[in-house]
Design a protein around this ligand. Structure first.
Ligand code: SF4
Ligand code: SF4
Length: 379
């Protein structure tokens, strides 16, 4: 079998099916990554969403019988909305990060990888393949780096020379000895913009991320957001793009190759107040197809409440009072209490006072007390 020819055919087919960049890597153990992950674990910098078994993340041998190569793919996504919502006075909006615009990228990448698998199987029927996107055992970024898709920036994103870091990554382990490509030897040099601008200090020198401090991760948690991050989350409902938008490598990078990735502006930057009382069915109908909905509506609603507090939007107070009184979820009642306290005013004081008398949940009581404290300290 002429594997060089097969590699060329795979590359040319990948272009036909709309894969924007493809690279090939050896399937050896990711030894450097292992050290980095162990260090992350030691420091408790992990998000908790990743594959827990580090050996499986770094050793393709453990998840695939005799792996010979890994194919890495990248799809470029848009960084600018073509028709952003018109801002009207008094209408406050939240924001989903760019990686949550359009159809969930897991679906798009899996479809491309499936087509590629079929193509390979057609050429080499005995070929074994295993594809993954984001939630698989392997680290997408480590594979992409080794396969020459891009280099790893201090913002922990893979930066491609063509599309900047606005790329989705996926990979396929194969039993075929496809010649590896060379990693790209570029780097951030003296630039440190992303580290300097990160609102929570989540980026550590040397390209490390403390996921426990990263807003992108924090927007996905389901409990109370720790106090220190509540004023830093701004109006982000899901994810955070700050360390990508400041990156000089992303300047002017905005690609609209895939119709499915075009955002509906009303979903990518939705009005905040209607989110407070959105029903399960409506949430699913509207947001079910975007990647930012994978944790359900509660984190989005909690973040919407914090965004309203960030804007000190008094017009949303009646809805917040309603949540404080009637919502069955302590995180929502408590976050509403905190937001009411932050917005303040005479009515806020009386609503919080009566809620305090009626509330039985300890955590919510604590949040109401914080709200009352905020009001009394501005008097
Ligand atoms: Fe910091 Fe946001 Fe980047 Fe996380 S995504 S490292 S919070 S700038
Ligand atoms: Fe590297 Fe600067 Fe981009 Fe950060 S902002 S990833 S330091 S080039």
């Amino acid at each position: 079998m002429d594997f060089q020819k097969l590699k060329e055919e795979i590359i040319s087919y990948s272009r036909e099916i709309g894969i924007d960049k493809i690279g090939f890597a050896a399937a050896d153990t990711f030894s450097e990554l292992k050290n980095r992950l162990l260090r992350q674990q030691e420091l408790n910098f992990q998000s908790g969403f990743e594959e827990p078994d580090i050996e499986k993340r770094v050793n393709p041998d453990l998840i695939f019988h005799e792996p010979r190569s890994i194919i890495a793919i990248a799809l470029a996504y848009p960084s600018k909305m073509k028709n952003p919502p018109q801002s009207k006075r008094g209408e406050r909006r939240g924001i989903f990060c760019r990686a949550s615009w359009g159809t969930d990228y897991h679906v798009l990448l899996r479809n491309k990888l499936k087509l590629l698998e079929e193509f390979i199987k057609d050429k080499v029927p005995q070929a074994q393949v295993k594809s993954m996107v984001d939630t698989g055992e392997l680290a997408d970024r480590a594979v992409a780096e080794r396969a020459g898709i891009g280099w790893s920036g201090k913002n922990c994103a893979i930066i491609t020379p063509e599309f900047g870091s606005y790329v989705y990554l996926g990979e396929m382990i194969t039993s075929l000895p496809l010649e590896p490509d060379k990693p790209i030897e570029e780097g951030c040099g003296t630039c440190n913009k992303c580290v300097d601008v990160c609102p929570t200090g989540a980026l550590i020198e040397g390209g490390q991320l403390n996921a426990q401090r990263c807003i992108a991760f924090l927007t996905q948690t389901k409990g109370f957001l720790p106090d220190e991050f509540r004023s830093k989350i701004g109006n982000r409902l899901y994810g955070c793009d700050t360390c990508q938008t400041v990156c000089p490598e992303n300047k002017g990078k905005d690609f609209h190759f895939h119709e499915e990735m075009e955002p509906d502006p009303e979903l990518a930057k939705p009005l905040l107040t209607p989110l407070l009382n959105i029903g399960n069915r409506e949430f699913k109908e509207k947001f079910g197809h975007v990647s930012g909905s994978w944790r359900g509506k509660k984190p989005i609603q909690r973040n919407a409440i914090l965004a309203i507090a960030h804007f000190k939007d008094e017009t949303a107070l009646p809805e917040l009072f309603g949540l404080l009184k009637h919502d069955t979820r302590p995180v929502i009642r408590g976050t509403a209490a905190w937001a009411i306290g932050k917005i303040g005013g005479g009515e806020a004081l009386s609503e919080l006072t009566s809620a305090l008398a009626a509330e039985a949940d300890e955590d919510v009581v604590h949040e109401i007390e914080k709200g009352l404290h905020m009001i009394s300290s501005v008097k």
